[in-house]
Design a protein around this ligand. Structure first.
Ligand code: ADP
Length: 471
C-alpha cells in the first residue's frame, strides 16, 4: 500500500479512532471506577470503624478490656477483614494496633498526619503520608464514651484488591476493543476496497486517456457518485476520442486537399516550362491553374473562418438588409458554374424585397454554402429552387431545394459535424472539405435561429433556415 494512498490514510484514520477511543474509554472508566470503588470501600470501612469503636474500644476505655486483649481482638479482625487498626489516645499517640501495624505503636499520629484533629473524621487513599509502601484506603473516626471523647480509631485497608478489580476491568476493556477491531476491520476492509477499487479503475483509465488511448471504458458498478463519475469520464473519453478522430480526419483531408491542387499546379507549370504544353494552349492550362489556386484560397478561407468562430464564439454585426438582393447576387456568383452543368436557379416565390435583421456577411456565407452544395450535389440539367416565406409577424423562412443525390437517413444527423462528408464515393479529389455546413449551423445558431434539412436519397435535399424580419 502506498504511503499517500487513500486506503493507507483511511486505515490510519481508523487506527487513530480506535486507539484514541480505547485510551479515552480506559481513562474515563478507570477514573470513575476507581473513585467509585474507593468511596464504596471507605463507606464500608466507616461502618466497620464504628462497630469496632462500639464493641471493643469503648470496653477498653472503660477498663473492661486490657491492652493485650484488645490487641488480640484487633489482630483477629485484621485477619478477618484484611484491615490494619490503629487506636489513638486523646494526644494522638498510637496506643494499640493490630498485628501488621505493630511498628507504628507508641508513635504519634501527628508524625504522619500533621493536620490530624481528634474531633474530626477523615478518609483518604494513598500511602498515608509515607507511612505505607503500598497504597491504602484509610478512614479515621473519634471514639466517645458517655458523650466524652476518649480516643480515636484509624483503619487502613490495602488497595490491591481494588487495583486487581481495576485491572480485570481493563483486560475486559482491551478484550472488548480487540473484538471490536476484528468485528469492524473485516467489513471495513471489504467496504473500503469496494469504494476504492473503482477509484483505482478510474485512475488507470485516466492514465490511459492521458497517453491517447481511449479504448478502455471504466466499469460502472455503482449507482452512486462514483458511478456518476465513471459515466462522466466514459462520456469524456468518447468525446475526446471523437475529437481525436476529427483531428485525424482533418489532417488527412486538409493535407490531401492541399496536395491535390498543388500537385496539379506544379504539373501544369512544369509542363509549360519544359514546353510539353505548346504556347497556344497556355490560356487553357493557366485557367486550370487559376481554378486550383481558387480552390486553395477557398479552403484556407473556410479554415480561417472556422477557427475564428471557434475562438471568438462568433460575434454578430446585425443590420437591416434586403435578403432578395443577396439571393440575386449569389445567383449571379454561381452563374458560370450553373451554366457548365445546365443547372437553373429559380425563385419559387414572388420577387419582392424582404428586409431582415441579421449579420449580412455571415448570412451571405450561409447562402453561399447552401447554394454551393446544392449545385455540387445536383444532377446535371436540374433545377434548384429558392424561396422566402413569411412565418408569422416576425420571421421569414428561407429554403434552398435541389433535385440532386440527396442524403441518406443515417448521414443526415452527421452532416453538421465538422469534416463530415456523406457522399463517401465522391472521394477526396472533389472540392468539399466537410466544413461548410458546420459553419452554416454555427452562424444560424448564433442568430438564435434554426436550420433544418429535409432530404431523400436519390431525390434531393431541402435546407430551411429562419431569420428575424427587421422591425
Ligand atoms: P462539403 O464542403 O464537403 O460539401 P459540407 O459541410 O458543406 O461540406 O457538407 C457536408 C456533407 O453533407 C457533404 O459532404 C455532403 O455529403 C452532404 N451534403 C451537403 N449538402 C448536400 C446537398 N445539397 N445534397 C446532398 N448532400 C449534401
Amino acid at each position: 500500500m502506498k504511503k499517500h494512498s487513500i486506503l493507507y490514510k483511511f486505515y490510519m484514520l481508523y487506527m487513530l479512532v480506535i486507539v484514541s477511543s480505547l485510551v479515552l474509554a480506559v481513562f474515563l472508566t478507570n477514573s470513575s471506577f476507581k473513585s467509585g470503588l474507593i468511596s464504596e470501600k471507605q463507606t464500608s470501612m466507616q461502618k466497620e470503624g464504628q462497630l469496632i469503636a462500639r464493641q471493643y474500644a469503648r470496653d477498653y476505655f472503660s477498663g473492661k478490656v486490657t491492652d493485650k486483649q484488645l490487641s488480640r481482638y484487633f489482630s483477629e479482625i485484621q485477619s478477618l477483614i484484611n484491615t490494619q487498626i490503629w487506636l489513638c489516645d486523646l494526644d494522638g499517640n498510637i496506643v494499640i494496633t493490630s498485628e501488621n501495624s505493630k511498628s507504628f505503636e507508641s508513635q504519634s499520629i501527628y508524625k504522619y498526619y500533621e493536620d490530624f484533629n481528634i474531633n474530626r473524621s477523615f478518609q483518604s487513599s494513598g500511602v498515608f503520608y509515607g507511612a505505607f509502601a503500598e497504597p491504602m484506603v484509610t478512614i479515621g473516626r473519634s471514639i466517645s464514651l458517655s458523650g466524652k471523647r476518649v480516643g480515636y480509631i484509624i483503619l487502613h485497608s490495602s488497595m490491591s484488591p481494588l487495583l486487581e478489580q481495576q485491572e480485570k476491568l481493563n483486560s475486559t476493556l482491551f478484550l472488548g476493543f480487540g473484538m471490536l477491531i476484528i468485528a469492524t476491520l473485516i467489513p471495513m476492509i471489504y467496504l473500503s476496497r469496494k469504494f476504492l477499487i473503482p477509484i483505482e479503475d478510474i485512475n488507470l483509465a485516466a492514465r490511459k486517456y492521458a497517453t491517447g488511448d481511449f479504448s478502455s471504458t471504466i466499469p460502472i458498478t455503482k449507482n452512486d457518485e462514483m458511478g456518476e463519475l465513471a459515466i462522466s469520464l466514459n462520456f469524456m473519453a468518447t468525446e475526446i476520442s471523437k475529437l481525436d478522430e476529427y483531428r485525424n480526419n482533418f489532417i488527412a483531408n486538409i493535407s490531401h486537399d492541399l496536395r491535390s491542387p498543388l500537385t496539379s499546379i506544379k504539373g501544369y507549370l512544369e509542363a509549360i516550362l519544359d514546353d510539353t504544353i505548346p504556347p497556344e494552349l497556355y490560356q487553357k492550362y493557366i485557367k486550370i491553374v487559376l481554378a486550383e489556386t481558387q480552390r486553395l484560397t477557398k479552403l484556407t478561407a473556410s479554415l480561417t473562418s472556422l477557427n475564428s468562430m471557434h475562438q471568438s464564439g462568433l460575434i454578430l454585426t446585425r443590420t437591416d438588409f434586403d435578403l432578395l438582393a443577396i439571393l440575386n447576387n449569389m445567383r449571379n456568383t454561381f452563374e458560370v458554374q450553373c451554366l457548365n452543368r445546365g443547372i437553373t436557379i429559380e425563385f419559387a416565390t414572388a420577387l419582392t424585397p424582404c428586409m431582415v435583421n441579421a449579420d449580412k456577411i455571415r448570412i451571405e456565407q450561409v447562402i453561399y454554402n447552401l447554394l454551393d452544395n446544392a449545385i455540387k450535389f445536383s444532377y446535371k440539367n436540374s433545377t434548384i429552387k429558392i424561396s422566402i416565406t413569411e412565418v408569422g409577424k416576425d420571421k421569414v423562412l428561407i429554403s434552398v431545394k435541389d433535385s440532386g443525390i440527396g442524403i441518406a437517413k443515417e448521414d443526415q444527423r452527421h452532416i453538421w459535424d465538422r469534416f463530415y462528408k456523406a457522399d463517401h464515393s465522391r472521394g477526396k479529389d472533389k472540392s468539399g472539405h466537410g466544413i461548410g455546413l458546420s459553419i452554416t449551423k454555427d452562424i444560424i445558431k448564433a442568430h438564435q435561429e434554426n436550420i433544418q434539412l429535409i432530404s431523400t436519397k436519390g431525390v434531393g435535399s431541402e435546407f430551411l433556415f429562419s431569420l428575424p424580419k427587421s422591425k
